[in-house]
Design a protein around this ligand. Structure first.
Ligand code: PMP
Ligand code: GLU
Length: 389
């Protein structure tokens, strides 16, 4: 039998469960969705359709079609303040997940270590394990807004440490790293020759006062040897099913990742890349209502949760997730742990969430608010009933 190094993704398992429950006609409220409920904008679909009809259905450049890499470079330069950004700094990949896998497969040999501050996005440790490398998870505290500092990284460092991976805004917390801390972490990575994989998937979906800072905006082109930015169209443009993302870094890193990609994926579909590039021109009109809706939903969630005893949380600044610490409820209701909490919430109230331990955050659960305000209110009532009963 082939080796079985990893378990399947818990978030995707929950999504599958929701599909099955809905198919059985159950009145389920799902807070499990890891994708925006806004559809891919019609213009983007029409552009892709037009491109296909015009014959853009063949292999294209492995690195990504020039029109998309030009658009990405312009965006990093003008909006994300990466003054040196140019098309050679980008590789188009099959979604952020494949970008992370590709990057780690280039960086790690078997037995190498990857630092992962917890709570982390569910698939980071799984990807590392799939490569026979070793995930080293670092506990953080709610009081530190769930971010690791340089002292913690230094303590965890060994001669086998090759990379550090983190997201801002984070999944499952929705929290954003402060510029000062990010700068300190980047300097530490450079000193220790550890690659920072900075997952910026939700960077356009922010609603707090904090402004997103791209890790690449804090380094020169030469220093970008140690920084990889990973991003995708998935969440921002409601394009999860298109599997279209990119990695940005030093040209030497991108050249090697492109070689590697030419052996494992060939290229992403040209019609999808052209359509996505055109979407970038219309981003403000597409995203304005989406960000506003998520911001309103976040307010509803915060209000709903604040009235429940035994529940602690930090207000998300971006993405569409919130991590809810329910240690108080678990203790009061005599539950085994967060998995037990999530399972009983599902059985007793037909509310689907994801257990915090999937993200390295025991005693909590994750709510995704990528759903209508009515559904959110209905789900919150059920969560409240469960917690106080
Ligand atoms: N990073 C984070 C933080 C995520 O939440 C996700 C979820 N989809 C991914 C990466 C993977 O994104 P994609 O769908 O573009 O592969
Ligand atoms: N990233 C989403 C989530 O965290 C989608 C599912 C997945 O790719 O794991 O739920």
């Amino acid at each position: 039998m082939i080796p079985q190094r990893v378990a399947g993704s818990s978030t995707l398992a929950m999504l599958e469960k929701v599909r099955q429950m809905k198919a059985q006609g159950m009145d389920v409220v799902s807070f499990a969705a890891g994708e925006s409920d806004f559809p891919t904008p019609r213009e983007v679909i029409e552009e892709a359709h037009k491109e296909m009809l015009e014959g853009n259905t063949r292999y294209v450049s492995t690195q990504g079609v020039p029109v998309l890499r030009d658009a990405l470079a312009k965006d990093y330069k003008n909006r994300l303040n990466v003054s040196w950004a140019a098309p050679q700094h980008f590789l188009v990949v099959a979604g952020a997940k494949q970008g992370i896998h590709l990057a780690l497969s280039a960086i790690c040999d078997a037995g190498d270590e990857v630092l992962i501050p917890a709570p982390y996005w569910v698939s980071y440790p799984g990807i590392v394990k799939a490569l026979s490398a070793k995930p080293v998870t670092l506990q953080t505290r709610l009081e530190d807004r769930y971010f690791s500092n340089v002292e913690t990284l230094e303590k965890a460092w060994t001669p086998r440490t090759r990379a550090l991976i983190m997201a801002s805004p984070g999944n499952p917390t929705g929290l954003m790293i402060e510029e000062k801390l990010l700068k300190e972490i980047i300097s530490w990575c450079e000193k220790k020759k550890v690659v920072l994989i900075f997952d910026e998937l939700y960077e356009r979906l922010t609603f707090g006062k904090t402004k997103h800072v791209s890790a690449l905006s804090l380094v020169t082109e030469a220093q970008s040897e140690w920084v990889l930015s990973v991003n995708a169209f998935s969440k921002t443009f409601g394009m999860t099913g298109w599997r279209l993302g990119w990695v940005a870094s030093h040209p030497k890193n991108i050249e090697y990742l492109t070689d590697l990609q030419s052996q494992v994926l060939t290229c992403m579909p040209g019609f999808a890349q052209v359509a996505a590039a055109r979407a970038m021109d219309k981003v403000d009109s597409i995203l304005g209502p989406v960000v506003k809706a998520f911001s309103n939903r976040k307010k509803i969630i915060m209000e709903g949760l604040s009235g429940i005893e035994g529940v602690k949380t930090l207000e998300p600044e971006g993405a569409f997730y919130i991590l809810v610490d329910v240690s108080g409820v678990i203790a009061r209701k005599n539950l085994k742990d967060d998995k037990d909490f999530v399972q009983k919430l599902l059985e007793q109230q037909q509310v689907v969430t994801v257990a915090g331990s999937a993200f390295g955050a025991p005693n909590s659960f994750r709510i995704s608010f990528a759903m209508s305000e009515e559904e959110i209110k209905k789900g919150l009532e059920r969560i409240k009933t469960f917690c106080v009963s």
